[in-house]
Design a protein around this ligand. Structure first.
Ligand SMILES: [Zn+2]
Length: 446
């Protein structure tokens, strides 16, 4: 995933102090090191970058009443369950989501936590994540527009705007690290147009720019949202963002399914990023995002597994596969998959992996991750190709990762440190975590 998109048979990586210092053929690298790992028969990739998630939703996967609902009904079913969460629930669900992400090839994860019931704080997530070992972009989300004010969420899960802004400033000052190799960044993230006020969006943007942190929100996810924005604000979702100073290099949106050509150009012109969440968009019957248009216009596109109540898993490699397949379906529906037409476009496995790595890095504003290059963070994952699932696909191992059934990694390194070794997560006791997680989940659903 370097500028030339090199693929190096018999390649090797040489790491010093958490960064790659040499990338090339094994015989061209130094022949000794403090530690040498033989990855014969493995394929090595840059660590995948997840640009949208709600870790806490791992507690409410496959909830029967929310299985067959569209976004607004799904949310209304789940809000009262989420309102029962405690700091312990935030902690345990963070570790569950990150464990899954690590095993599926992710080395940098963004999360969007936007409700803080019963004394929960973003600090609970940050502490849990630091034990797992992935890089974290923790979004301080928020909801302030309850039902009584014309918003979607019940009043019991919204907060005062004064408290939201004060806590946002506290978190940035306490945790945000913008240096190369940073393992923790804070993002300000009012939840969506239908759950916060225009004032909170504006004030959050001003605060983020004061501190130089990024902004994130859900946008143009469903047709219901478009109708809501037109009726309540007199704008389509993207126009509303422009009105609120919510466009720029420092802004990325989750979903953006319903955007027209002018709006795609707005994103391109201002450098806004997109977190494409294909599984969630299918799960909630939301629609198909115009990824081809984004890529052709030069819009930054990353990949997100989205919250685990609408996926219902945190498998980054599987998400890359979904992105490829769904883009192909959209091409077919638009008549763009016919190889006889000039506008034919079929997303390739390499494009899907590019979105999942380089694309995600650019969406998060990270110049130091997303590729295997000297000077970049030593974040990489490896898959053993010698397994049943890849049998017969080894003429193109890179494509096999995406075309064949999505597998777990054998190795995952963040900043040169192993998080997964020979298929085992080193940082968390998974069976204990699953037990603790299921206990928490049962209590919420009681
Ligand atoms: Zn989301």
């Amino acid at each position: 995933m370097d500028e030339q998109r090199r693929e190096i048979p018999g390649g090797g990586l040489y790491i010093e102090n958490g960064f790659f210092s040499r990338v090339g053929r094994t015989e061209d690298l130094p022949q000794t090191a403090d530690q040498v790992i033989d990855m014969h028969s493995h394929i090595v990739l840059p660590g995948l970058v997840n640009t949208h998630h709600h870790f806490y939703q791992t507690l409410t996967r496959a909830v029967p009443a929310a299985q067959n609902a569209n976004l607004f009904n799904w949310l209304k079913t789940l809000y009262p369950i989420w309102a029962k969460m405690t700091p312990e629930d935030i902690f345990v669900s963070t570790q569950t989501a990150l464990a899954e992400l690590a095993l599926s090839g992710c080395t940098t994860a963004s999360d969007h936590l936007y409700l803080f019931p019963n004394g929960s704080r973003l600090d609970d997530e940050i502490e849990a994540a630091s034990q797992v070992g992935l890089r974290l972009h923790a979004s301080r989300g928020s909801m302030s527009l309850g039902e009584s004010q014309g918003g979607l969420p019940p009043d019991s899960v919204v907060d005062s705007e004064k408290r939201i802004l004060a806590d946002s400033a506290r978190l940035v000052e306490r945790y945000h690290d913008s240096r190369a190799g940073s393992k923790l960044q804070i993002v300000l993230a009012p939840c969506s147009p239908f759950s916060v006020s225009a004032e909170l969006m504006r004030e959050s943007a001003r605060l983020a720019r004061h501190y130089g942190v990024h902004l994130h929100t859900h946008l143009a996810e469903t047709q219901d949202e478009e109708v809501f924005c037109l009726e309540k604000f007199g704008y389509r979702p993207v126009g509303y963002m422009q009105e609120l100073e919510w466009v720029g290099q420092d802004v990325w949106y989750a979903h953006t399914v319903y955007t027209n050509a002018d709006e795609v150009n707005v994103f391109a012109r201002h450098g806004c990023g997109v977190a494409h969440c294909p599984s969630s968009n299918m799960r909630l019957a939301s629609g198909i995002a115009p990824v081809r248009e984004y890529l052709m216009r030069g819009v930054k596109v990353g990949l997100g597994v989205d919250g685990s109540a609408s996926n219902d898993g945190s498998h980054m490699l599987a998400e890359a596969r979904q992105a490829m397949l769904l883009a192909r379906l959209r091409s077919a529906l638009e008549g763009a998959s016919d190889s006889h037409t000039e506008s034919a476009w079929i997303m390739t496995a390499r494009q899907a992996l590019e979105i999942a790595t380089r694309g995600g890095a650019s969406v998060l504003g990270r110049g130091d991750i997303g590729s295997l290059e000297p000077g970049k963070c030593a974040d990489f994952v490896a898959f053993n190709l010698d397994r049943l699932d890849y049998a017969g696909a080894l003429h193109d191992p890179l494509a096999a990762l995406v075309f064949c059934n999505p597998q777990r990694v054998n190795w995952n390194f963040v900043h040169g440190q192993a998080v997964v070794k020979e298929g085992e997560l080193l940082t968390v006791d998974v069976p204990k975590l699953v037990e603790r997680h299921n206990r928490a989940s049962r209590r919420l659903l009681e």
